[in-house]
Design a protein around this ligand. Structure first.
Ligand code: NAP
Ligand code: MG
Length: 400
């Protein structure tokens, strides 16, 4: 059998711990035998980030800007314990944060749906994709504890010295105060990433805020989304047969719970933080959640939504058997290869991505799965496989 050829390399970002182990097996069993893989490899494992003073992370993001498509393994975000464990020169920043800042992108998280793993919400038949605006609001707010009576005001001093003021509250006694902001540029990037991704995946886009209460702040989000939609995307949406739908956040929540799924739900920063955990746990497992970072100018970085599965890695190091779920990481690879195929007009490569996903889903639906899924499946006669054998079972199906 001749291998599928590629034209442009995908940017490959290797990572840490158990997911680094899975990464290697996935490549050997599911990619190399079928695809003549062209990739530009960046080792984002913590040791190499430390050795390169984290330059490797920046270089990998720049390569993504150059080529347009990347696939990333989960990576450790160092904390004090990791600084000690890996003898780090510094507490390096989160690679995902660094990459997102360079690509100026939005993260879309989508669950992989299989028969036998039922969502907790009965009506959900298709995946719900969450897009979270990842800048500002309460995450970049400043706060004050007020101890005595006094007057709190919003004060803005323009570059030319003009001052505008707005009374917040006349405090009669102790209380609390918070100031937050956002910037139009970031909201605009978010809007473009959401509209492009909706077109890309041919799904409706929902967006919600509390503009009835927040008549300037939230209303600005609503207005910017609408303006960009009307000016740049309305015709394309019509052509693709999809819609943009705006509603209030509480109405959105009620509709989501009664929906069938099959759309993208764009959220402000805080809503996205809360709702993405709600959606992923209600769909079953973090190990089945895929993630893609989409930049407003159309670059894509695919990854799993979970971390490096540290506890399984330590068991692996002790020589114990692990049963770590590789589905989200496999779908990161299939996502990246499909996108590369689409951009380069390589039908063989997009077909391969489809077949890889189908083989993965069929393997689970035939009762062969990792332990995390075996614990929650409604299927009977389940065969629990270890990390390696699960990937090998997918290969057997792919070859058939
Ligand atoms: P985690 O790696 O997501 O794992 C948390 C727990 O969830 C695991 O112990 C395991 O539960 C379960 N789990 C997650 N993925 C699984 C999979 N594929 N198969 C089976 N079970 C799975 O989160 P963490 O342990 O909090 O974080 C570990 C490291 O990952 C941290 O250093 C963190 O910085 C990093 N992280 C990276 C990313 C990223 O690169 N995108 C995201 C999040 C976290 P059981 O142990 O009960 O089996
Ligand atoms: Mg959270």
């Amino acid at each position: 059998m001749s291998k599928i050829q590629m034209n442009t390399p995908i940017v490959e970002m290797d990572g840490d711990e158990m997911t680094r182990i899975l990464w290697k097996i996935i490549k050997e069993e599911l990619i190399f035998p079928f695809v003549d893989l062209k990739s530009e490899y960046y080792d984002l494992g913590l040791e190499n980030r430390n050795a390169t003073d984290d330059a490797v992370t920046v270089e990998s993001a720049q390569a993504t800007k150059k080529y347009g498509v990347a696939v990333k393994c989960a990576t450790i975000t160092p904390n004090a314990a990791r600084v000690k464990e890996y003898n780090l020169k510094e507490m390096w920043k989160s690679p995902n944060g660094t990459i997102r800042a360079i690509l100026d992108g939005t993260v879309f998280r989508t669950p992989v749906i299989v028969k036998g793993i039922k969502p907790n919400v009965r009506t959900w038949k298709k995946p719900i994709t969450i897009a979270r605006h990842a800048y500002g609001d309460v995450y970049k707010s400043v706060e004050m504890k007020i101890q005595t009576a006094g007057r709190a005001e919003l004060v803005f001093t323009a570059e030319d010295g003009t001052v505008s003021r707005e009374l917040i509250h006349e405090f009669k006694g102790p209380g609390v105060l918070q100031g937050m902001h956002n910037v139009s540029r970031s909201i605009e990037s978010f809007a473009r990433s959401c509209f492009s991704y909706a077109l890309d995946t041919k799904q409706d886009l929902w967006f919600a805020t509390k503009d009835t209460i927040s008549k300037k702040y939230d209303h600005t989000f609503k207005d910017i989304m609408q303006e960009i939609y009307d000016n740049e995307y309305a015709d394309k949406f019509k052509e693709a047969g999809i819609t943009y739908f705006y509603t209030l956040i509480d109405d959105a929540v009620a509709r989501v719970m009664k929906s069938e799924g099959g759309y993208i739900w764009a959220c402000k920063n805080y809503d996205g933080d809360v709702m993405s955990d709600m959606i992923s746990s209600a769909f079953g497992s973090l190990a089945m959640m895929t993630s893609v970072l989409v930049s407003p100018d159309g670059c894509y970085e695919y990854e799993a939504a979970h971390g490096t599965v540290q506890r399984h890695y330590y068991r692996h190091l002790k020589g114990e058997e692990t049963s770590t779920n590789s589905v989200a990481t496999i779908f990161a690879w299939s996502g990246a290869l499909r996108k590369r195929g689409e951009l380069d007009g390589l039908d063989e490569l997009t077909d391969f991505a489809d077949r890889l996903e189908k083989a993965t889903i069929d393997t689970i639906e035939s009762g062969n799965m990792t332990k995390d899924l075996a614990l929650i499946t409604s299927l009977e006669n389940v065969n629990v496989l270890n990390s390696q054998d699960f990937i090998k079972a997918i290969r057997t199906r792919l070859e058939a």
